[in-house]
Design a protein around this ligand. Structure first.
Ligand SMILES: Nc1ncnc2c1ncn2[C@@H]1O[C@H](COP(=O)(O)OP(=O)(O)OP(=O)(O)O)[C@@H](O)[C@H]1O
Ligand SMILES: O=P(O)(O)OC[C@H]1O[C@H](OP(=O)(O)OP(=O)(O)O)[C@H](O)[C@@H]1O
Ligand SMILES: O=C(O)c1cccnc1
Length: 486
């Protein structure tokens, strides 16, 4: 069990426990229920999101127990829970089933990312934590994917811990960034926990704590083995920082060592990097790289590249770890099916005056339809009971709101996107290594045409409902409108 996988049973909203309790008192707590987690709108104007959070969710579900202390705390609440209910909580462990997208998958609005089936009581309990983990990590992985897209093969280092929304965000955000293409982190705990390469340069305080910049550089370079990176902007980047770093590099060469890089952390990073590159090259140090940091994000990096900046490696903190241009992903968890009194599962719907918020009833599967050129054509949502696109029958991709927008695809492969993770409380999914997740993410990117991947005004990738799902939704909407009128 890892360090941050502490007791989390009460990491839930009180209304979940209250609903569980009310079901328990009502005798309906064992009714089977199916919930689906999904988001409605892509973050950052991106064309896709990168699913993340499953490992944390699995850690949470595996360890989901109420402690004596939890139950004592609940017994002090104003709800006055029946002691027999609290006694039952002590025996609680998750006995339901979960299907989920794999971490690193490219995912889209309105498709189930996680499906939870179980007693209404247990499925309700886990909502808050699942959304908490999924929403944050998916958001950061998506932000990281945007940054990776502009950085290309440059090295990306995650520097955000000091500005993150507390410890868990720093640790799991770093992991999310790494799975979407970052190369290293400054956070040693994340390095130890997940095997992410840990890297570091030094702060301005190191330079300030010595009598001179030169002395600070020389001592640091002497202490550190091969590959030191020196921060050159404490006083004057081009007049003192770079020349003195060059002097240190020369001293290192004299003893058979090589300096790795200089780091720029203020000023005009394009101009300074171009000048610094010239100075390093002229000094015979073409191998010394240039690292840049200072409130970077995908826009500044892309802009700096357009300006011809000579930067090899980027340290990205605040903007990434806080997803500062969109600080939350609005993923939701909705009831789609519930057991009726007669034991049959019935689809449920949530009606809203906002059409986007009307839920799609029934437990659903997601398939990625891959065309003959090996690229994704659309995602296809159908019921488990329907003929599966995996059987190879022609699949009709239609836009119900614009029926003229439809096509039938005959030659395709259908990739099932939701993996079984738990079956009746038993974990049936082995968590992949982070390296496997990273390469799965790269494979996922390869499945998409560039028009869906571009950062600005991407094409909308279609998520299609099967006709059966669409018709069921319309029927339920009609039934509700009818019931309202009666
Ligand atoms: N050539 C450039 N083009 C576009 N943005 C740049 C360029 N150079 C730096 N930036 C970005 O401009 C932003 C603001 O830089 P600013 O000049 O305020 O910082 P600074 O010079 O480091 O000041 P401070 O010393 O207070 O940190 C940063 O996000 C930085 O990454
Ligand atoms: O800008 P970010 O993307 O958030 O990257 C992290 C920042 O954290 C450090 O600055 P800070 O002023 O905290 O420390 P320092 O004294 O070492 O510069 C570092 O120099 C970066 O500028
Ligand atoms: O190692 C660094 O250069 C570093 C680490 C954290 C934040 N800023 C910079």
């Amino acid at each position: 069990m890892n360090q941050l996988n502490r007791e989390l049973a009460l990491h839930t909203d009180k209304y979940q426990i209250n609903m569980m309790y009310a079901h328990w008192v009502n005798g309906s707590h064992k009714r089977r229920a199916v919930f689906e987690a999904y988001f409605r709108k892509l973050p950052f104007g991106n064309g896709f999101a990168v699913f993340a959070g499953l490992e944390r969710i699995v850690n949470y579900i595996d360890g989901l127990r109420f402690t004596e202390e939890d139950v004592r705390y609940l017994s002090e609440q104003e709800e006055n829970y029946d002691p027999a209910f609290l006694e039952e909580l002590l025996q609680f462990h998750f006995q339901g089933s979960i299907h989920s997208m794999k971490e690193g998958a490219l995912v889209f609005p309105e498709e189930p990312l996680i499906r939870v089936e179980g007693s209404i009581m247990e499925a309700q309990l886990v909502e808050t934590a699942i959304l908490n983990f999924m929403n944050y990590q998916t958001l950061i992985a998506t932000k990281a994917a945007r940054i990776k897209q502009v950085a290309g093969n440059d090295i990306l280092m995650e520097f955000g811990t000091r500005r993150a929304q507390e410890a868990d965000a720093a640790i799991w955000g770093t992991r999310a960034a790494y799975l979407a293409g970052f190369d290293a982190t400054s956070n040693l705990l994340a390095g130890r926990m997940f095997g992410i390469p840990a890297k570091g340069t030094h702060a301005h305080s190191w330079v300030q704590s010595f009598g001179s910049e030169q002395e600070a550089f020389d001592i640091y370079a002497k202490v550190m083995p091969e590959g030191v990176t020196l921060l050159v902007d404490t006083f004057d980047t081009l007049r003192s920082g770079v020349p003195q770093a060059i002097a240190t590099a020369k001293k290192l060469e004299a003893i058979g060592k090589r300096m790795n890089a200089i780091r720029l952390d203020s000023g005009d990073l394009a101009y300074l990097s171009i000048q610094a590159r010239k100075m390093l090259d002229e000094a015979g140090l073409p191998y010394v790289k240039i690292v840049a940091s200072n409130d970077l994000d995908e826009n500044t990096i892309s802009n700096l590249k357009l300006q011809g900046a000579r930067i090899d490696s980027w340290g990205v903190g605040t903007q990434l770890i806080t997803a500062s241009d969109q600080p939350a992903l609005g993923g939701v968890y909705k009831l789609v099916e519930i057991e009726a009194e007669n034991g049959k599962m019935i689809p449920t719907i949530k009606i809203s005056s906002n059409p986007e918020k009307v839920t799609t009833p029934g437990q659903k599967d997601v398939f990625r339809i891959i065309g003959p050129k090996g690229k994704a054509l659309a995602d296809y949502i159908s019921y488990p009971g329907e003929p599966s696109p995996r059987d190879g029958q022609p699949v009709k991709l239609f836009n119900p709101l614009h029926p003229y927008l439809q096509k039938t695809v005959e030659a395709y492969t259908a990739l099932p996107m939701l993996e079984p993770v738990y079956q009746n409380g038993l974990r049936v999914y082995q968590l992949p290594s982070l390296e496997e997740i990273r390469s799965y993410h790269r494979e996922q990117l390869d499945l998409f045409w560039p028009e869906y991947l571009r950062k600005l005004n991407p094409e909308v990738y279609r998520v299609n409902l099967s006709e059966t799902v669409w018709n069921r939704k319309q029927e339920l909407i009609k039934d509700h409108l009818q019931a309202d009128r009666d």
